[in-house]
Design a protein around this ligand. Sequence first.
Ligand code: ZN
Ligand code: ZN
Length: 640
Amino acid sequence: MSSNLQLCASLLRDCKSFTNLKQIHAFSLKTGLDNDPFVIGQLLLLSAVTISDSIDYAHRLFTFITSPDAFMYNTVIRGLSESESPNQSLLTYIQMRRRSIPPDSFSFAFILKAAANFKSLNAGTQLHCQAITHGFETHLFVQTTLVSMYAECGRVDSARKVFDEMPQPNIVAWNAVVTACFRCNDVMGAELLFNRMPWRNLTSWNIMLAGYTKAGELGSARKMFVQMPQKDSVSWSTMIVGFAQNGCFDDAFSFFRDSWRLGMGPSEVSLTGVLSAFAQAGAFEFGKILHGYIEKTGFNRIISVSNALLDTYAKCGNINMARLVFNQMVEKTIVSWTSMMAGLAMHGHGDEAIELFREMESSGVRPDGITFISILYACSHVGLIEQGCEYFHKMKEVYEIELSIEHYGCMVDLYGRSGLLNEAYKFITNMPIEPNAIIWRTLLGACSIHGNVGLAECVKGRLSELEPDDSGDYVLLSNIYAVAGKWTDAATVRGSMNNQNIKKIPGWSMIEVDKVVYRFVAGEGMNGVTEEAHKKLAEIMSALKVEGYVPEIRTVLHDIEEEEKEDAVSRHSEKLAVAFGLARLCHGSVVRIVKNLRVCRDCHTVMKLISKVYTWEIVLRDRSRFHLFKEGSCSCRDYW
Ligand code: ZN
Ligand code: ZN
């Protein structure tokens, strides 16, 4: 062996980073070793499999090899199968077959993994046939990947069939088939197989925990967790995140504390998982406690954790805390900047969001498509049309970011909110991509705000072609008619909704009191909590009427009695939630509510009045933004 080759081999052995790898590659080119099959093979293996984020490099390297062997093909197929474009893996396999290089069992294991990752049953089935033709279908490796592939493609029956034909499945195959059952929501099947397993490893138990929590069977998950002979950090984070995602924050927290006590410290994954569950539910108090832990343990130095924390505060309605986390971050990524901008925009601080965008640009961070969605959203929610248009053009011309349907949606919203309905309509008809239902729905919403009946009818027509079953569109159109006093038309729309059996999505609101999250649903039956809320609400409403409040019932159907109409709006879930908050929280704290739909006019008025008469601060997150009610007015300036 030449001394250069010897040196190159030892460098390859110690190569740990992408920079290292490029240096070695350069060395091989300089010394003429770039044709040595061993050197090339090792370079490929390192860039495609061992070192992360260098698969593109591997792919380019591969295209320069004149006659790659089976090992090289397998390496690239393997790397690509785990990449963001697993279908590239399939193309490489096809090229391998065209060059008549016979595939081996490894080729099939890797390529089937690719089919699983891009969920192509068609490709998967064809590859299964090829594996049979080449005599590899009984290979343990191949069979195990077949089980996973069928599961990923939603075919639990085929996965089971492959598994049942295995003469001696190993533990990996057993685990794959149990996972397959959970993937296809067959919890019972998974249980039966788990009980039949001749032996189990830690992964088997963890699969059961993950499957149960995902299916919402928390009791079974807990039982399994207790029975486990040993637990690792994966088991703990599965329990923490799983319980949090199911809304059981108290339990999630006690698992969290236990893991801490036992030295099974939470991982980055479990922390970000829990934080995102808190953000979804608006569980602000829990977020605050977790923040304490994160600071104490230095986890705030991990960017993804700080990003999740910032997002949680923003989504729980405390923009100041979000800002504090953001300002304290030593290093910021594009995600940090974008979340902060989105948070500011949702809270109606459009000017600050724009200021932040400028700051980001001058700090040298390059905005991406998501950043532009946030900034366009900010412009539209504070009515900054010119700036909005400017950003829209800048995105394409300066940053060369491809415009997606979401960006067009933001522009429609921008025009629509400002009452430029004809511009919005023109914009949609001139879009280079086909407008989807969301785009038309945005315009329908704008028609509703500005009371344009004619355009609303036209837009609803387009929507009926695209998504005829959406209850929200019918409700919106009938409300537009109702507000305009066109009662017959409103009733016709409601009638056709009933005839087609289209159900309204029930509205719900959540509120956190003493670290328990309560959920109120409009028109739900009575229990202790709802009774308490109703009682308090009745008291509040009569106090507000003294202050001159008149219920806004224009949008409620005209063919019911006035009193009944009043009753219908008075039971909206956000009203119950706020009443419950006033009954249970101590005065001076902030009432935080999360609502699944857009808040209605009447509830909005009531919230404003409560904030004035009772001197409470209320933060309400609805489907599209935050409303901060304080001293009788709202941060959205009645514009949502
Ligand atoms: Zn309401
Ligand atoms: Zn508001």
